[in-house]
Write a protein that binds this ligand. Sequence first.
Ligand SMILES: Nc1ncnc2c1ncn2[C@@H]1O[C@H](COP(=O)(O)OP(=O)(O)OP(=O)(O)O)[C@@H](O)[C@H]1O
Ligand SMILES: [Mg+2]
Length: 281
Amino acid sequence: MSVISLEHVGYRYPLGREDAVRDVSFQVEQGQVCALLGANGSGKTTICNLIRGFIPRFYRGEPTGLVQLAGRPVEQYDDAELTETVGYSFQNPFTQMSGVKDNVREEIAYALENLGIEREAMAARVDAMIELLHLGDIADANPLELSGGQRQRVAIAAVLVTDPPIVVLDEPTSQLDPQSTEDVFNIIALLKRQGKTVILVEHKIDLVARYSDLVILMEGGRVAMSGPARRVLTDPQVLDHGGQLPEVTRFFLERNKKLGLNDPVPLSVEDAIERYGRKGA
Ligand SMILES: Nc1ncnc2c1ncn2[C@@H]1O[C@H](COP(=O)(O)OP(=O)(O)OP(=O)(O)O)[C@@H](O)[C@H]1O
Ligand SMILES: [Mg+2]
């Protein structure tokens, strides 16, 4: 059974002039990282909102089709179940801060308060998140006085602290420097090893190629291409649908074209070294 399943899902925001998403179908299995790609306005955040049940609970309107988590329609989950099942870090980390907590440590602990976890266990979990996201220096800072990148890391900590089986990350590295971006991708790899299912909206295509199992490329609210990352992200048609390809992939595709070859196209530098890195290979 798929952990996340969308079947022919469509939705229009109450004030929208056209459908934000149309006939979207895909499945994600447990432990997979699924990247949602596509140009601005193509429907990526809307899909995140559907999976988290914010559509239609918060945004209203009437979605069509079927969104299921672990084989159960999202509309059958109550609010508490959804909170426990899906951790969601918003595209804009400014919206994520509670606004009621004085320091980062409390902000991260906030999500645990309603789960009835005892104080000591709570503190241990918060400490683990502070370490995981390298927040030690700002643990006592006011959440509202942080930089965009710092807020983004606090937001991710606040999502992961409850240990949800499904994690939705909507552009989690948009404000992060290269080192913090690598850190987040290492955390995504860790979540995968823990058996969590991850939905990732991300434009940094070289990293997406390295860390994703599945790719859904959205265009104008529809799924333009989907499938295993290795298949989709080595297909030049991605470029015709507003998507990007990893740099190393573009190089090898061009090389095949120019030299009339049909060599396997690598997805990442590591992949290229593996295949072509030896002398005479
Ligand atoms: N609250 C809203 N009310 C009305 N229309 C909306 C709302 N939010 C998004 N839309 C519309 O729905 C469509 C899909 O938007 P969505 O935010 O899902 O795109 P996206 O792929 O996440 O874009 P971006 O890369 O800019 O974050 C767009 O046409 C957008 O204008
Ligand atoms: Mg978005």
